[in-house]
Write a protein that binds this ligand. Structure first.
Ligand SMILES: [Cu+2]
Length: 176
């Protein structure tokens, strides 16, 4: 009587597994795109037991006047190289490695060609979201010719953006 009754059992099972896989990926932000991990600086840290108890979405407070900026390249710059140095600046805020909980400090994340991720979850860890968990303030990235966007977003010890977010303006660059 039902259409499901006549469908072969193994096909239904396969559909069920595919659905389960899709749901699992959807439930873990960042994991779905984690296949391409080139340039990833640190592994996504598992939240500390304390943080887990308080909820994975806990955000660390930050001063309202704290922000980041991209010191190089400049917004609108045309670059004649695909190997690009990027340096990060911070105002009214300090740098600490990932995993270190110290008030008013965090580590940089460079967002390449993406909008801001959800601010109440750990920042994804993939080729569009680079983590600088050792406290680095500069890097080199390789970009294909064309127009690209760059933005900095500071993350706390657990890679979660601050409240309010400590971030830079999104800049646009042209690579030739
Ligand atoms: Cu991070």
């Amino acid at each position: 009587m039902s259409a499901f009754r006549v469908r072969p059992l193994e096909r239904r099972a396969a559909r069920g597994l595919a659905l389960l896989a899709a749901l699992t990926l959807a439930a873990v932000p960042g994991l779905a795109r984690e296949g391409a991990s080139d340039g990833v600086r640190v592994a996504q840290a598992t939240p500390a037991p304390g943080a887990a108890a308080a909820g994975a979405t806990k955000r660390t407070p930050a001063p309202k006047d704290a922000y980041c900026y991209i010191g190089w390249p400049s917004n609108g710059e045309t670059l004649h190289t695909r190997h690009i140095k990027v340096w990060f600046g911070t105002r009214n805020f300090g740098i600490a490695p990932a995993g270190v909980e110290k008030p008013n400090t965090g580590h940089h994340h460079l967002l390449i060609d993406v909008d801001l991720p959800p601010l109440d979850q750990p920042i994804p860890n993939d080729k569009n979201h680079l983590h600088f968990g050792n406290g680095q303030t500069e890097t080199f990235i390789d970009l294909a010719p064309g127009t690209h966007t760059l933005q900095l977003l500071m993350g706390d010890a657990n890679h979660v953006p601050f409240d309010p977010p400590v971030m830079s303006k999104k800049i646009t660059i042209h690579v030739e």
